[in-house]
Design a protein around this ligand. Structure first.
Ligand code: PLP
Length: 497
């Protein structure tokens, strides 16, 4: 039939009753005369794209980890204005390969050891591809029931693996920064219900540690807690928040007429992966009536391991907790999980006087509408990739991966320890090693620059006890012992030359 399209095998619409032929659909935009992508064009381009992805994942070690470009190099190769006429997909894919990829720093590279690597995986990429294809927005249950329910289901599975209480309600956000912002917003609502209506609230004070991630400060800023009202509680010699210092700070604030409202300890701090003592902090929070939000963005997934379950001790008492499957659970970015025992506070913090008319008729009362718990109305179907990952590896597979990465980090730490030219700068509890060459900051900076410029591996740095320190964080699913050993050899070579 002219002007009509046959849908691809596997995506056929239901048969009309009594008919042997699947219904043929009219492509709505076919008549515009534009160069639109037909299903067959799509299939051909998608096959090419998937082939490229599979080759890329297989050959990723052949790329320099760190992009070998200067600021502006990528822009200089691309037209300053968008095209007037549409271009063929082949040309776009070619430019992607030739102009964009050379400017990429490869987070997928097994020797990407900087920051906390965001480690994807084959199953996670498949879930992401399908989510892009479905392109649903489960702002309310009816707008995509399966996406709403799969989000609840996968977060329930994960909660069981982590040993968190069954009353914890989970919701997915893009990043830990957004999850924490919501937690601080809920904390503000819990202490001062009226602020939601008037926008005026008392001098609220938030407590976190000296080593908290900047996302905690940003969250506080976003909900109107001024920078001067964020207290960075000092650490002990192992970079852990000191609960007695927290207690004193709260008392001092009360005496000054301020209103302490929230405390954010970290499990797996960004610089060293240290663990703040959550049980003691939870006791202070309870006694002082503070909202307890635990930032377990990086280290949280380690609690899947029996021998690491203890890291979540005290977290069952938390009002909320965040962890990032895109950091250390082999799920492509972006996916952050926020758990809370008080979902009704989040809902209240974000509730309007009335549901807008354009949503009302499609809202089903006894179903969860996830946008009730978030600033964003629209939601990507992020749980699909997590579901693929959890099912594909199972708890045992995930545990094996985490253990092997922790073991590789410990081995690296032993090499550092055994070599008198180097020193460890912090305890190694997870898959992060902080170390430095014995010597000046300048020497260590030069060592890092030389290593990263080689394109072989990419490490980052931090400052500990006033000294420049290198960080090697293992999290990529493809990292092998040879990668870690090879990186150590390059480091040793770099100081010899
Ligand atoms: N919390 C910790 C402990 C982190 O290390 C990071 C980032 O590295 C974050 C929060 C912020 O994560 P996101 O980039 O998902 O906002």
């Amino acid at each position: 039939m002219e002007g009509e399209l046959q849908l691809a095998q596997g995506f056929r619409p239901a048969l009309r009753s009594g008919s042997k032929e699947p219904r043929r659909l009219k492509p709505a935009l076919h008549y515009t005369g534009m160069n639109l992508m037909t299903p067959e064009d799509f299939r051909a381009a998608a096959h090419q794209t998937v082939d490229w992805i599979a080759d890329y994942l297989r050959d990723v070690r052949d790329y320099p980890v760190l992009a070998q470009v200067k600021p502006g190099d990528v822009t200089a190769k691309l037209p300053a204005s968008a095209p007037e006429q549409g271009e063929p997909i082949d040309a776009i894919l070619r430019d992607f390969r030739e102009l964009i990829v050379p400017g990429i720093t490869h987070w997928n590279h097994p020797r990407f050891f900087a920051y906390f690597s965001i480690s994807g995986s084959g199953p996670g990429i498949l879930g992401e591809m399908l989510a892009a294809a479905l392109n649903v927005n489960h702002m309310i249950w009816k707008s995509s029931p399966a996406a709403t329910e799969l989000e609840q289901l996968t977060l329930g599975w994960l909660r069981q693996w982590l040993g968190l209480p069954s009353e914890f309600f989970g919701i997915i956000h893009d990043t830990a920064s957004t999850s924490t912002m919501h937690a601080v917003l809920a904390a503000r609502c819990a202490i001062d219900e009226g602020a939601r209506l008037t926008g005026e609230f008392s001098r609220l004070v938030l407590y976190t540690s000296e080593h908290a991630n900047l996302s905690v400060d940003r969250a506080a800023l976003a909900v109107g807690v001024g920078l001067h009202n964020i207290r960075h509680i000092p650490m002990d010699h192992q970079f852990r928040m000191r609960p007695e210092a927290l207690k004193s700070a709260i008392q001092a604030d009360r005496r000054a007429g301020n209103v302490p409202f929230c405390v954010v300890p970290t499990l797996g701090t960004t610089s060293t992966a240290s663990l703040d003592p959550v049980p003691a902090i939870a006791a202070v929070a309870k006694e002082s009536g503070l909202w307890l939000h635990v930032d377990a963005a990086y280290a949280g997934p380690a609690a899947v391991l029996e021998e690491y379950r203890h890291i979540l001790d005290g977290s069952a008492l938390a009002d909320s907790l965040v962890l990032n499957p895109h950091k250390w659970l082999f799920t492509p970015t972006d996916i952050s999980v926020l758990y809370t025992r008080r979902p009704e506070v989040f809902r209240r913090a974000l509730s309007l006087e009335e549901t807008p008319a354009y949503l009302k008729s499609t809202t089903v009362d006894d179903a969860v509408n996830l946008s009730d718990y978030s600033v964003a109305l629209g939601r990507r179907f992020r749980s699909l990739k997590l579901w693929f990952v959890l099912r594909s590896y199972g708890r045992e597979g995930i545990a094996r991966l985490l253990r092997s990465q922790i073991r590789m980090a410990r081995e690296f730490a032993e090499w550092v320890n055994e070599d008198p030219r180097f020193e460890l700068s912090a305890p190694v509890d997870f898959s992060l090693v902080c170390f430095r060459k014995v010597g000046s900051d300048d020497e260590n900076r030069a060592l890092l620059d030389r290593l990263n410029a080689s394109g072989y591996a990419f490490l980052s740095n931090t400052t500990l006890n006033g000294k420049f320190v290198l960080r090697l964080a293992i999290g990529n699913i493809g990292t092998s012992e040879e990668d870690v050993r090879g990186t150590w050899e390059k480091i040793v070579e770099a100081i010899a030359n």
